[in-house]
Design a protein. Sequence first.
Lengths: 96, 476
Amino acid sequence: MKISEQDIKTVATLSRLRIRAEEEADVLFQLNKILTYVENLQTLDTSNVEPTTYALPMQNVFRADKVKPSLDRDLALSNAPLKEDGYFKVPRVLEV
Amino acid sequence: MALYEKTAHELHELLTAKKISAAELTANIFSRVDEVENKIGAYLTLTRDAAEAQAKIVDEKISRGEKISALEGIPCAVKDNICTKGIRTTCASKILENFVPPYDATAYQKLLAQNCVIVGKANLDEFAMGSSTENSGFHTTHNPRDLERVPGGSSGGSTAAVAGGEAIFALGSDTGGSIRQPASFCGVVGFKPTYGRVSRYGLVAFASSLDQIGPITRDVTDCALVLNAICGLDEMDSTSTAATVPDFTKSLVADVKGLKIGLPKEYFVKGIDPEIESAVKNVAKKFESLGAEIFEISLPHTEYAIATYYLIAPAEAATNLERYDGVSYGARVDGADVVEMMTNTRTEKFGEEVKRRIMIGNYALSAGYYDAYYLKALKVRTLIQKDFTDAFEKLDLILTPTTPNVAFKIGEMVSDPLKMYLQDICTVPVNLAGLPGISVPCGVNKNNLPMGFQLIGKALDEETILRAAFAYETAL
């Protein structure tokens, strides 16, 4: 077993996901199967290998520092699930 | 031959000769959609009114005697993870069911600038995560060549639209094979350009270091025409390349004399359908008879590609999908506090495969596992890329099957995610290395199902791929 029930609960919390009780066994089974499969990477010696994050060589990319029109506020808010007075509205974050 | 079966370049001839009008062509496509869409299910949204209006603009231009560009008036489908201003863009996810982008993706804008006629937004596996389009949050797309089978994925809707006569060409996106694999399953041409060739601005991010937009077409000539339209540097995507964009139609030369083509032995192993293996070997013979040189080569780290990909792509996805938190756009499911609201939203609105990949990704990135999983995968990515760099010192192209098998039956693999992941064995190494790759049809198997071969080129050398693919197509 690569991943325990407790690990799954921790990862779910980190992911802001809830695993329903009836799904737990299947999630555990599938994730273990996948994580066992990816173990084959451990057989490779990579001690002198640099990681690749982007396939093509990429350096800092700059553009002219000029002000340009940006997205209109109403348009930016147009897909908001809840808004008020030009702001996104969310449930209470802090206890008062 | 009906209009909806023709290629873009044939239709362009008919339009410029005034033998047909753009309105007529658009009407023909929509009548085909009316006829087959309930069986194929290629689309999530149809944009008939906008398409008719666009066709009218093109007809007015033609009637004024103005010259029209190669794709002007040509009906196309756009994968529904490519943002289209004012047109719902769902990524086939319930979490974006009602999302209407306030801006256009650059690749789509470039098609609009050409006056292409947009038929609609095509189905996909949710957030492009899948190889069959069965992971769509809305419906499964059926393969027009055999309705009981999957069209492949994740660009299954785009590909089925082209194969089923519901669009002349389509835009797809390819993170691990999502253009090439469905193209192979449906018997059409699919091209994943070099990473950075096409701007990713407005392409909803899945795995940012692997994602690339590309064309799905009926032939290689159309493929070159669409590449001409969509490639190029974009200041809105800092990873788009400043390399000069050639006129890709100049590569449509049926001449492969002296080209050095490698057949990597790791792609012809147990697990590959023997019919596909022999079809691809026949393609090699065809190239040889046309004057190319064929070499047996080795890409020794191929067997590690799936594991590498299924750590890197989920890790990037877990990060990219953090933005679906029910705050600024997308669905929201209420909760007592903000964390509960986010958890409820994501739990209810993401599908199973998306949740699975988020979990794998966050596990691979979490403290204590980062070095063993994510960092290890990045290092193996270097080795996989080096396999290609070494091989291309002596070669112009690499020839492989596109897929290990032909289109499978709907429902056949849904219960086994790992088996589904192994579908991508021939295509993911290309994304990990950032290289261009095409899938071209090479006949059908004994059950009349399409097979495809893949040509992989050097970074930014789409031209040699097009040249060889065109030579093959011409020699048929």
